[in-house]
Design a protein around this ligand. Structure first.
Ligand SMILES: C[S@@+](CC[C@H](N)C(=O)[O-])C[C@H]1O[C@@H](n2cnc3c(N)ncnc32)[C@H](O)[C@@H]1O
Length: 283
């Protein structure tokens, strides 16, 4: 396990993932009934963009820095932007929240969050970051040195009827798409109505289609949505040319706001000609 998210925190891929994550959570918060969130690949929860690792790549400069500077962002991005601004009150961008921190901040007293992280060192940092900022949130459970795919099988169905399973693997292993599909299958068997969101990288768009087909077979074509963002045309298929999120049971609020958000983010995050986005209901 060599992957460390600190090198990539706040990059275009985080902006896409965290924008859509927060829209899903906003929607869950519209009803008083409790919701439950499982973050299978949590990372460390908080990133120092001026630290050694993030500074080496400075990927955040082409991600969250652009979004913070942008004029008139869609209202659907307000909760996400508020989180980043709260962490950087003097206006100078330094701290960037990971998916666990973003979810934890959206919890109400009736909601709960489970965070899994396999890397022992990152798990320790996650625990520290969550406990420091959400000391009173008894409903946040951190599971260190825990395989997030295994947690899908072990923890579903959750006590609440509504909620989100976020699967954000590092894609270091060649079979990551297969592992994600297997976890989705196990999840759906136990919790058919939950919302599932899987993030994936796009180097060669053709490789993603196979995963889409598997996931559609598990869930049924009427229950899925894939949102792909290309930051440039994929001429060089060894580079990270884009990324996507695959949803099962996407919340209505996401479908409503998707076009406005993606039309705004796509030119903002572009890193070359050929930037585009598409939402597909892969059949
Ligand atoms: C892309 S990062 C997560 C970033 C985080 N979701 C965010 O948006 O802030 C992936 C994380 O998964 C961890 N990881 C790798 N394999 C795992 C597994 N099988 N179960 C749980 N965590 C795993 C890595 O150590 C890494 O911290």
């Amino acid at each position: 396990m060599n992957y460390r998210h600190s090198y990539h925190a706040g990059n275009f891929a985080d902006v896409l993932k965290h924008s859509l994550q927060m829209i899903c959570l906003d929607y869950l918060r519209q009803k008083d009934k409790p919701f439950w969130v499982l973050d299978t690949h949590a990372g460390i929860g908080m990133y120092d963009l001026r630290g050694e690792q993030a500074s080496k790549t400075a990927e955040w400069e082409q991600g969250i820095a652009r979004l913070l500077d942008a004029e008139n962002p869609p209202a659907a991005l307000s909760a996400y932007l508020d989180c980043v601004r709260v962490l950087n009150p003097d206006g100078e961008l330094r701290w960037y929240p990971g998916s666990p921190w973003l979810s934890a901040r959206q919890l109400r007293s009736q909601d709960s969050l489970v965070l899994c992280e396999l890397h022992p060192e990152d798990g320790g940092l996650l625990e520290q970051n969550v406990r420091r900022d959400f000391r009173s949130a008894g409903s946040v459970k951190v599971m260190t040195e825990t395989d997030g795919y295994g947690a899908v099988k072990a923890l579903l169905p959750p006590p609440a009827k509504r909620g989100l399973v976020l699967i954000d693997p590092p894609f270091e292993q060649r079979d990551e798409f297969i592992q994600a599909s297997t976890a989705l299958g196990q999840g759906l068997q136990r919790w058919a109505n939950g919302t599932y969101a899987v993030w994936y990288p796009i180097k060669d768009p053709l490789n993603v289609g196979v995963f889409h087909k598997h996931a559609v077979r598990l869930a049924g074509a009427d229950k899925v949505l894939a949102v792909d963002l290309m930051i440039r045309a994929p001429h060089d298929r060894t580079r990270l040319n884009g990324c996507g999120m695959f949803f099962i049971n996407p919340p209505y609020g996401l479908l409503q706001q998707l076009t406005e958000v993606m039309e705004f983010l796509t030119p903002l995050l572009a890193q070359g000609e050929g930037a585009e986005w598409r939402a597909t209901w892969p059949a």
